[in-house]
Design a protein around this ligand. Structure first.
Ligand SMILES: [Zn+2]
Ligand SMILES: [Zn+2]
Length: 342
């Protein structure tokens, strides 16, 4: 089968012919129907710092949906023919974090598409321990492949504990930012600003289409000044989804005293924190990562009812053989969300 493989600790990926994974009694085989490219896949493609630990070669891809085509005798959770999506992380269920109900912090977690073979392939093998979700008949494979990133964002917005009428800013109009702003909007904010840089022009237009009240091109306008002009004291909540270290101090200046900055972006270098301001103004900085099954079920509902709209975010549908083209378009920000259809 064809697969997109990270082979070297250097920029790039290779499309390779590899064997279809063999399934044992405790595995299932899933025919991948749609696999979406995550910002982290682009980081791995570009080989930015913080992925050195990856065991190579490895098939990339962790946001996916597909059809179960083979089931080991000991797998009771799915049946052949099921349309599913699945959590790409496998927790050990034994460590101290797993035992207190925080599998997202598991010490022995294996992440498919990073630490083990992922979904940019015709087939993916999942172990019986994988948490799978049966898709509603009305939910397309394409939309369902965005359940994982939407779940990441749902956790972040849960942590923001927004109340109706509060104000919020979202930094970075990439797929994560565009999902975050939709959830923020659904939370009933009275004002929502989305900020991005010049190459994001198309994405900022999409943010407006999806309900942003104000968009800011940070290469033309100071987002901090804009935030303060709009709100006087700053936003109640700012979600950082740009992954740009520069935006961390900006987010902290945009948030009002007592407000929260939620960090979702993965940063290639540390961001500076104005410590004394954070202390004196009682601002919170919260890191959001991972999810649980309840979050995934809510994400599937939001996608199925189209309360969260992803169709306009999916800019390109490509075969696996167009891997390099797909990644390059994302690096240059010509694409918003690229989906591989194996
Ligand atoms: Zn992802
Ligand atoms: Zn564990």
């Amino acid at each position: 089968m064809k697969a997109i493989v990270k082979t070297k600790k250097a920029p790039g990926v290779e499309v390779r012919d590899v064997n279809v994974p063999e399934v044992t009694d405790t595995d299932m085989l899933v025919k991948v129907k749609a696999a979406s490219v995550c910002g982290s896949d682009v980081h791995v493609y570009e080989w930015t710092p913080s992925y050195e630990w990856m065991p190579l070669p490895v098939i990339l891809g962790h946001e996916f949906s597909g059809e179960v085509v083979s089931v080991g005798a000991k797998v009771k959770t799915v049946a052949v023919g099921d349309r599913i999506t699945a959590m790409p992380g496998m927790a050990c269920s034994r460590c101290d974090y797993c035992q207190v109900g925080r599998p997202d912090l598991c010490r022995k977690r294996i992440s498919l598409g990073l630490g083990g073979d992922g979904a940019f392939a015709e087939y993916i093998r999942l172990s019986a321990a994988t948490t799978t979700f049966k898709l509603p008949e009305t939910l397309s494979y394409e939309a369902a492949s965005l359940t994982e990133p939407l779940s990441v964002v749902l956790r972040a917005v849960d942590l923001a504990t927004l109340r109706v009428g509060q104000t919020a800013g979202v930094l970075g109009p990439g797929p994560i930012g565009l999902l975050a702003m939709q959830l923020v909007k659904l939370s009933g904010v009275s004002l929502l600003m989305v900020a991005g840089a010049a190459p994001d022009t198309k994405r900022l237009a999409l943010a407006t289409e999806l309900g942003a009240d104000v968009t800011v091109d940070v290469t033309k306008e100071d987002p901090v000044k804009k935030a303060l002009a709009l709100t006087r004291r700053g936003f109640d909540v700012v979600l950082e989804a740009s992954g740009s270290p520069k935006s961390v101090p900006q987010a902290l200046q945009m948030v009002k005293p007592g407000g929260k900055v939620i960090l979702i972006g993965i940063h290639p270098a540390p961001g500076e924190i104005p410590t004394t301001d954070v202390v004196r103004q009682s601002k919170s900085i919260i890191g959001a990562y991972g999810y649980d099954a309840d979050i995934w079920n809510r994400a599937i509902m939001l996608l199925n009812t189209k309360r969260v709209k992803v169709d306009s975010m999916i800019s390109h549908r490509l075969p696996l053989t167009d891997a390099n083209h797909g990644f390059e378009m994302l690096v240059k920000k010509e694409a918003t969300k690229v989906i591989f259809i194996p």
